[in-house]
Design a protein around this ligand. Structure first.
Ligand SMILES: [Zn+2]
Ligand SMILES: [Zn+2]
Length: 348
């Protein structure tokens, strides 16, 4: 089969790879149809690492995908050959203390698609996953929508941890695919007012379309001052979807006393600092978000029911042999890109 390998910094080559085969009785062989380009993939593409996870070349990246079931192991009951499925990129062990507590997203022996040293990614024609990671989608749902259920499930989990209440004031810093889906998820969770920021005008427009009540361009205005004028008491919850020191600083300034800061963004730096005056005097609660837990089915239901329109996020579509082009576009934030989708089957 063909697979897209990272072969160096900012280098992708389509090469032949061994045909994957079922290994365990609960495994499923999938024909991958669509793969999304994620901001986290960009860390591997541009920097060759996220923290201690360092790419050893050649390496297949990609973790947002959907496809069709080609073969199932003898113990598989939840999907059958021919089913179209959304894929949860996490494979958990089922035995460790975290798994036994139901916290499979922090499994101690987890494998995640495209994570160096764990599992090769999904930018390949065929993929083997445990049935537990495969979620059937309705006939009416496109594979693009099914692929978007992965980032959307992270947004649903972030919104669950942010736990907005009706009438609350929220800040969402960053309007990439995650910031925008977090916005959609928070608006679904409660009737709240959302102050959203970004640097890219196209993403700001999209935030307005999805329902942000106020959108600010963070390099042109003083975000803290402007939101402070509108909300002198501060914000109940501020959700960081960038991963930069500057936005962490803004969170601590914007949040009201006893408010909550939710961190979703993945920093390129190993360490970020938290201004202790604000932390201490406001008794700020910090909540980190690790991917998602148990939200994929809900994501599929909400998309299928038309409760949320994720298609608007897809600004660019590519064929498999354009993978490098897709990654470059996202890496350089060119041409107003929000979400790039790669179609391995040539369709959409
Ligand atoms: Zn992702
Ligand atoms: Zn485990």
């Amino acid at each position: 089969m063909k697979a897209a390998f990272l072969t160096g910094l900012r280098k992708i080559e389509i090469r032949d790879a061994p045909e994957p085969a079922l290994r365990r009785p609960a495994d499923v062989l999938l024909e991958v149809e669509t793969v999304g380009v994620c901001g986290s993939d960009m860390h591997y593409y541009k920097a060759g690492r996220i923290g201690c996870q360092i790419v050893e070349y050649p390496w297949i990246v990609g973790h947002e995908c959907a496809g069709r079931v080609m073969e199932v192991g003898p113990e598989v009951t939840r999907v059958k050959v021919g089913d179209r499925v959304a894929v949860d990129p996490l494979v958990h062990c089922g035995r460790c203390d975290q798994c036994r507590l139901g916290q499979i997203h922090t499994c101690r022996h987890q494998g995640f698609l495209g994570c160096p040293g764990q599992l090769q990614g999904s930018m390949c024609e065929r993929l083997v996953m445990p049935a537990a990671s495969c979620f059937p989608i309705p006939e009416t749902m496109s594979t693009t929508q099914a692929t978007l259920c992965e980032p959307f499930s992270i947004a649903l989990w972030a919104a669950k941890l942010a736990d907005p209440r009706p009438g609350q004031k929220l800040g969402i810093l960053g309007s990439g695919p995650i910031g925008l889906t977090v916005l959609a998820a928070c608006k679904l969770a409660a009737e709240c007012t959302v102050y959203q920021t970004d640097l890219i005008p196209g993403r700001m427009d999209m935030a307005r379309r999805i329902g942000a009540d106020w959108v600010g361009k963070a390099d042109e205005i003083d975000v803290v001052e402007q939101i402070g004028i509108a909300e002198p008491l501060g914000l109940d919850v501020v959700i960081e979807c960038v991963g930069e020191q500057e936005t962490i600083d803004q969170c601590l300034e914007l949040v009201k006393p006893c408010g909550k800061v939710v961190i979703v963004g993945i920093p390129e730096a190993d360490r970020l600092s938290f201004e202790m005056n604000h932390m201490r005097r406001k008794e700020v609660r910090i909540q980190n978000v690790r991917r998602q837990l148990g939200q994929v089915e809900r994501a599929i239901e909400l998309v299928a029911a038309g409760e949320v329109d994720l298609d608007v996020l897809v600004t660019h579509e590519f064929d498999f042999d354009q993978a490098q082009e897709a990654y470059d576009l996202v890496a350089e934030y060119r041409d107003g890109v929000v979400k790039g989708m790669i179609h391995l089957d040539g369709g959409s």
